[in-house]
Ligand binder design. Sequence first.
Ligand SMILES: *Cc1c(COP(=O)(O)O)cnc(C)c1O
Length: 375
Amino acid sequence: MDFLNLAHSNAPYSEKLKEAAARIIDSGRFLNGPETEALEAEIAAVTGAEYCIAVSNGLDAIRLIFRAYMEQGRLTPGDEVIFPANTFIASVLPITELGLNAVAAPVDPLTHNLDWSRLQDFIGEKTKAILLVHLYGSPCWDASICRMLHDQGLLIIEDNAQALGAMAAEEGFGGSRYCGALGDAAAVSFYPTKNLGALGDAGMVLTSDKRLANDVRTLAQYGSDRRYHNIYQGYNNRMDELQAAFLRVKLPYLDDENDRRRQAAQVYCEEISHPEVKTPAILPGTRQVWHQYVVTSARRDQLKDWLAQNGIPTDIHYPIPPHAQPCYEGTFSHPSLNESRRLADSILSLPIANISPEKAKEISRIINLFPIQDS
Ligand SMILES: *Cc1c(COP(=O)(O)O)cnc(C)c1O
């Protein structure tokens, strides 16, 4: 078996994807056309975000949000932006590139998301925004803390690359609300391995702030507010019509795909009972979409080998946290970063896409047979 086989993931949609490709080729419309417009409306309808802007990829979506706030004067170089220490590097790159000061806050090893109980220690005079990452498809949300921070003037930005279709617990919203529509703005990635994956790069910005939506759209189109008139020194961050058409083929099945991930995750959580292997938290009142299913073990490398010997491929998301990457040498220094390093050394992602409950049960059984260390 493969950890993830994208040909296999896309096989059920193969005919419709080919039809969509043919339709776009024959249409002669490759950018800024009806497919991206329709996809924007469909994602808005699913998530409840008022404005959706189809863009080139997830990293660009994050960069566009921060850049738009800078153009508006809501953020200026040197302002601090808090992000979770354990995340994919693309969460952080746009922050530092724009001259903002990225501050890594510790995460809870059970949820793999921001440790809300310690967040306040990282918020100071210069803190202007917080980037929430719904890592592995688990909502990172505390409604009362976020409301308080928002009332203090902080921008709440979501990196929703891994959690499209997930819902966070929230009173007053029928008990839950879609990730991507929780804060001031959110970035989505449709990278091929994501729960809703394109056949190439694609991303989206979600917001209910009309002014931000306009600025993001302008920045993504060279900074042009109208043809050949540039109010910003912008980018070319458009989504292809082809990718939008592919995503529209797959979007109606996202909930089913997420349900299948949830079933497999449920089996893992119930069946894995090894004393040296910890399973991730199931968060009450939320809908997790399990982009990854990540267990932790102090003997992670041996566990990985054990599973490999038994024909079970695994992966590590992510082996080196952003602050420890060579590109950030000398940038970050906080005692809590050692924890982040230790957590990265203990995580292991089990297969979760296209996994039947029976297969999850079999993998759990193999994990439970992982020989205990004799000391
Ligand atoms: C995938 C991902 C991104 C970047 O998205 P791309 O489309 O690959 O640019 C950003 N943040 C997180 C958490 C991701 O998983």
